[in-house]
Design a protein around this ligand. Sequence first.
Ligand SMILES: Cc1ncc(COP(=O)(O)O)c(C=O)c1O
Length: 452
Amino acid sequence: MNGYLNESNFTMVEEGFTTRDLLENLLMELCPASDQQAFFVADLGDIVKKHLRFLKALPRVKPYFPVKCNGSDGVIRLLAELGAGFACTNKAEIAQVQSIGVPADKIFYSSPCKQVAHIKYAASHGVQLMTFDNEVELSKVARSHPHARMLLGIAADSSPSAHLSMTFGTTLKSCRHLLETAKEQAVEVVGISFHLGSCGLEPQAFAQSVAAAQLAFEMGTELGYRMRLLDIGGGFPGTEDTRTRFEEIAAMINSALDLYFPDGCGVEIVVRPGRYYVNSAFTFAASIAAMEEVPAEQPSFDGRWDGGTVGRWDGPARVPEPSPCSPQRGRLWREEEPYRPSRSSSLRGPPGQAEDRIADGLELPELQVGDWLIFEDMGAYTISTSSLLEGCPQPQITYAMSRVAWKAVQLFQGKPPQTEDDRESVCAPLSCGWEMAETLCVTPVFAPASII
Ligand SMILES: Cc1ncc(COP(=O)(O)O)c(C=O)c1O
């Protein structure tokens, strides 16, 4: 084992015992007068399964988990244990992953806009891989980080909808100029990066972007750069209820890679899947601390909601963030008894928080103070290590992993099962795909090397 994660970091459960069981046990243990605040339950085994599924679908691609998506200790430790790299957007995230021992060559400072102080921090802590997509960013790096290895960010998908959501990337037209400028400033460019945005991506968009990246690679090579790294960003679905399945997107990526960056061409491919890894692993529970009736004639501030009940919960004001990728559907714990009529319900965070609007117009059984609400698929962009949520207490996280998942982590690293019983339990052909761990144990397909 790599030593990032050990059995004291999580609750070991038997296979078949679900996160829901664990959460219900925790809720049942609470007495009515309990001051238990909102909390998460995280199934680390779900992340292990996602990782095995990832390796199977994209065998040539190395994942760099974006810490901003979920910087919780258990997630970072598990992914480090599994050999993933980390995409960090600032100094705090770099410091966090380095504090558990992740080496600098597994860290990618992926933010397109970097503060000079943070660039210097990366330089002094050995983090070399970074991105740029304009001259200002380039000259900041040229001045502050002599050993940086840069990826040029391109806005590769040319469809109008892509450009509307594009937060990052230069046009193909500007690539040559930026690569020449980098040359003048003696900045080393090692490859190309793109990120197509999150949610509802057409698999075709990846293929177009990989094709565009190849053109940019050629420009770099012509200018004398040793182009050797392609970063294809994030944006893979984190749950099964999306229009396009992960495997469909992966198949499109594999064919595009085979065409434009065939195996053996000397280019390493990396990816930054955030919600894919963590969304379905986390379940959130919050209790209703206060209630209010709103008459039907009083519209909410955006005019969309026409009355019902407003519940204030005890969790932070910004969790869960309603997201078009995974609309939050709360349900009442012990919904079935006793029967309560359904009401249009609105949820707010604790009083005194500037942004306290959680959700409007949810159809829920009539809420009462002390009720617990449960939200599934809550692992992505709900937990932050940054100052964004300062002053807002973060909910506790209870991590769980099944024994069989834990053994799969060990097998994955080439550690053989200790006993015959262990062997049978891990390698049984379970529907979840644990049998893949056995294959990986015999021939590890992913021995993360340094990226450059
Ligand atoms: C630049 C960049 N890369 C990667 C990601 C990860 O996206 P996702 O969580 O959808 O995989 C994001 C998310 O906002 C991002 O902005």
